[in-house]
Design a protein around this ligand. Structure first.
Ligand SMILES: C[S@@+](CC[C@H](N)C(=O)[O-])C[C@H]1O[C@@H](n2cnc3c(N)ncnc32)[C@H](O)[C@@H]1O
Length: 218
């Protein structure tokens, strides 16, 4: 099945924006917290791609500097409303932007976080390469997502739901292997962690480190 089209996502998240916090906030809570905790350990300048309504702001503090981007104008508008509360002075910038074409110079961030977004983008490999480009050497990409079950009944159900899920801006059938393959072929990033998020293990946290030097193909 093809990657989701950008326009489909924009349309879907325009509809999600007013109800997202109530319906999706609690569902993704433990995944978001795990990713933000891992990002916090890296610290410094953090870019969140697909920041959505800014639900993760509560998971950061003044020791970090957060930049958020999202392709959906209505989702970013919600994040700006949250920012206007004055509770998040460490959030530096929120912009409407496609994660596959980041408008930031090379090596501008210490960490790039993607919470429940990498499976939704048109061309995840391009997005990952953009994330790696804007990272300083030694910086990390941290992703959290539901990833494809690969075998068994869950895999069959996910494939069945896939087509309908796409229209509402979800994608249950995305294999971990695709992320691992990207890291192997990229030359400037290495996979450093893959773990299930406790307590239920529904979500997977994946970390990559930007290499200090590009690997040269043998
Ligand atoms: C499931 S929501 C997750 C939002 C937030 N990260 C959270 O965990 O609450 C997915 C978000 O990714 C955004 N998105 C989808 N494709 C994108 C792209 N190509 N570039 C940037 N954001 C994108 C959507 O607009 C949406 O806000």
């Amino acid at each position: 099945m093809r990657d989701p089209a950008k326009e489909v996502m924009e349309k879907a998240y325009a509809k999600w924006a007013p109800v997202y916090d109530v319906l999706c906030g609690p569902v993704f809570l433990n995944g978001r917290r795990a990713a933000a905790k891992a990002a916090h350990e890296v610290g410094g300048r953090i870019l969140e791609i697909g920041v959505g309504t800014g639900l993760s702001f509560d998971d950061y503090d003044h020791t970090t500097q957060i930049t958020g981007i999202d392709i959906s104008e209505p989702m970013i508008a919600r994040a700006r409303e949250r920012l206007a509360s004055g509770r998040y002075p460490f959030v530096k910038e929120l912009r409407v932007m496609d994660a596959s074409a980041l408008d930031y110079p090379d090596a501008s961030f210490d960490c790039v976080v993607g919470q429940f977004v990498i499976t939704l983008v048109d061309n995840p490999e391009q997005v990952l390469s953009e994330c790696a480009r804007v990272l300083r050497p030694g910086g990390q990409i941290i992703l959290v997502n539901h990833l494809y079950s690969e075998k068994g009944i869950a895999a069959a159900v996910e494939r069945l739901l896939a087509q309908k899920a796409r229209k509402v801006g979800l994608r249950p059938e995305f294999p971990f292997q695709r992320l691992a393959d990207w890291a192997r072929s990229h030359g400037g990033a290495e996979l450093i962690e893959r773990r299930k998020v406790k307590p239920f293990g529904v979500y997977t946290l994946v970390r990559f480190r930007r290499a200090e030097r590009e690997r040269v193909a043998a």
